[in-house]
Write a protein that binds this ligand. Structure first.
Ligand code: AKG
Ligand code: FE2
Length: 199
């Protein structure tokens, strides 16, 4: 007997959820303004024996003592939550059901700022972390692929929320590639859990 199929092509279920209109235009514009006043830093990363500037600006806010070390070389020490970031954290928790202890900001100043293929699997976030990210400003391409698989492209819009579910960081990697298109600033806020520190 011929097997019935519902789809012409095999479909893949991706371990993320995209909410394009998580914030309305006014909320997103106000948050973008607030983010411009955050304490952005130009950090240095050590890779293959060389020290180089991280290709974006970064900032971190969160619970006391929730330090975050990535790529074994960049140590981020959280500043206390601002009211606006704490409010945003709570509304993301209300939508997704996930809890967060820190938020890391990325500021992509131009198309030459980027983040390469990686998974956010630092031990400080615990096992199978859920990560939620808010995008503001210019739209940039975000790619997600299963390890050894082909990328799926997402265009992360102003005011959108992307939730990467538990397990995503073990099975998939993601990036925001450089682009030669003329793009202005994009700000991304990634809310993350943390196993240490004080509440
Ligand atoms: O800018 C983005 O959308 C992704 C940022 C990211 O992957 C990270 O901070 O780990
Ligand atoms: Fe990431």
């Amino acid at each position: 007997m011929k097997q019935m199929t519902l789809f012409d092509e095999p479909t893949t279920v991706l371990p993320l959820t995209y909410y394009p209109d998580f914030l309305n235009k006014e909320e997103a514009d106000n948050l973008y303004q607030h983010c411009q006043e955050l304490q952005w830093q130009q950090n240095q990363i050590r890779m293959v024996g060389k020290t180089m500037p991280v290709p974006r600006l970064e900032c971190i806010y969160g619970d006391e003592g929730c330090d975050y070390l990535y790529s074994k070389s960049v140590l981020l020490k959280p500043l206390p939550w601002t009211d606006a970031l704490a409010k945003l954290r709570d509304s993301i928790t209300a939508t997704t059901g996930y809890s967060f202890r820190i938020v890391i900001g990325n500021q992509y100043r131009s198309g030459q700022d980027s983040i390469g293929w990686h998974a956010d699997n630092e031990a400080s976030m615990g096992i199978a972390p859920a990560i939620a990210s808010i995008s503001l400003g210019s739209v940039r391409k975000f790619q997600l692929k299963a390890i050894g698989g082909k990328p799926t492209d997402f265009w992360l819009e102003h005011g959108s929320l992307l939730a990467m579910h538990p397990g995503c960081q073990s099975t998939h990697v993601h990036q925001v590639p450089k682009t030669n298109k003329v793009v202005s600033t994009r700000i991304n806020l990634t809310f993350r859990p943390h196993v240490g520190g004080r509440r």
